[in-house]
Design a protein around this ligand. Structure first.
Ligand code: ATP
Ligand code: FE2
Length: 332
């Protein structure tokens, strides 16, 4: 089976063609705001401007490797969650392509895309997944035919919290990697709010408190303390999800997963519990076309396609509403 997938929920427009074995071709065009964070309308304009170019380059790369577009069985696209204007742009391209090639359309949940590419590209089989990016922060895992959300942010994603704080501190976007750099040079810990409610967490108060703390403390110390607090919250909920489900693997996904301190803390927690910890290659962690194409392939092969007339996007599409038709329900 071969599937072409398109991702464009936020700032990355990326398309890929995959089969069961590997990513055959991938082309990405990233929207980079001139100032500040993502402007949703500008991001959508960027995607609209580059969509046909990205698809053309992708098909050329595919043909240069000796394949014919006639091999493609389905077109997958990220249906949500994400920025409405971006989602609509990508969906329009996907529909046009499905009609042109006369093949089915598959609508993919973006969060599940992160999970499935991680399961494909690491040895993880049935992990608790910590998905941390700009817009999303969730702990999820498979149970009884669905990807359940065990815990999630009550306000903003951890990446956006880091970016917002970093902007306030005069650092350029994206702030996450810069905060990580400064944190390495810290000399002392500054007390910050630690907010875990049940299995959920919150980052917006932490981001504000960190900005305030800059008045009396060094940037290095505040970056360090922000990270220690935020990551401890994420690790606590991930650990409780492990205990709760009896699973024995943790998979890290999303752009914030690039952070070495977060990886270290998760690694220590997993070691303590005798669980295995998996991190995919960096190109499969942030938003990428391959994750949509591959999840589309799993869905298509298990009989799930989307009629064009009901292929509307969903900016708040929740992963736990999707029937996971491609994983057999075991003993659960
Ligand atoms: P999504 O649509 O899933 O929300 P996204 O648009 O936020 O994704 P990603 O590439 O998954 O895109 O994540 C980007 C985020 O990752 C940014 O907020 C950025 O600051 C953060 N980030 C990147 N590298 C690091 C790092 N080393 N430490 C912390 N955060 C990081
Ligand atoms: Fe993402």
């Amino acid at each position: 089976t071969t599937v072409l997938g398109i991702e464009g929920t936020a700032w990355n427009l990326s398309a890929a063609i995959v089969d069961e074995d590997d990513v055959i071709a991938e082309v990405t065009e990233t929207y980079r705001p001139k100032t500040g964070g993502i402007h949703p309308r500008e991001a959508a304009q960027h995607h609209a401007l580059y969509a046909s170019d990205v698809i053309e380059r992708l098909l050329r790369e595919y043909q240069d490797k000796g394949y014919s577009p006639q091999n493609i069985d389905a077109i997958a696209f990220s249906q949500g969650p994400g920025l409405g204007a971006c989602l609509r742009t990508v969906a329009t391209s996907a529909r046009a392509l499905a009609l042109l090639l006369d093949i089915p359309l598959v609508g993919v949940n973006h969060c599940i895309g992160h999970v499935e590419i991680g399961r494909w590209k690491t040895p993880a089989i049935d992990p608790v997944v910590l998905y941390v990016s700009g817009g999303n922060s969730q702990v999820l895992g498979h149970r009884a035919g669905k990807y359940r959300i065990f815990g999630e942010t009550l306000d903003i994603g951890i990446g956006n919290a880091l970016d917002k704080f970093a902007r306030g501190a005069g650092l350029t976007h994206p702030g996450g990697p810069k905060v990580e750099e400064y944190a390495r040079k810290a000399t002392s810990y500054v007390k910050m709010p630690y907010v875990v409610k049940g299995m959920d967490f919150s980052f917006s108060g932490l981001s504000t408190a960190a900005t305030d703390a800059l008045k009396d403390n060094s940037l290095e110390d505040v970056c360090y303390s922000f990270q220690e607090n935020a990551f401890a919250m994420l690790v606590e909920v991930t650990e409780r999800a492990l205990a709760h489900t009896g699973k024995s693997e943790v998979l890290l996904a999303g752009g914030v997963g690039a952070n070495m301190r977060l990886r270290e803390m998760l690694d220590v927690m997993c070691e303590d519990r005798g669980a295995s910890f998996y991190v995919p290659e960096k190109r499969f962690m942030g938003d990428n076309g391959a994750m949509i194409a591959y999840t589309g392939l799993l869905m298509f092969d298990s009989g799930t396609t989307l009629p064009i007339e009901s292929s509307h996007v969903d900016p708040s599409f929740r992963p736990d509403t999707v029937d996971v038709t491609w994983i057999a329900d075991e003993q659960e």
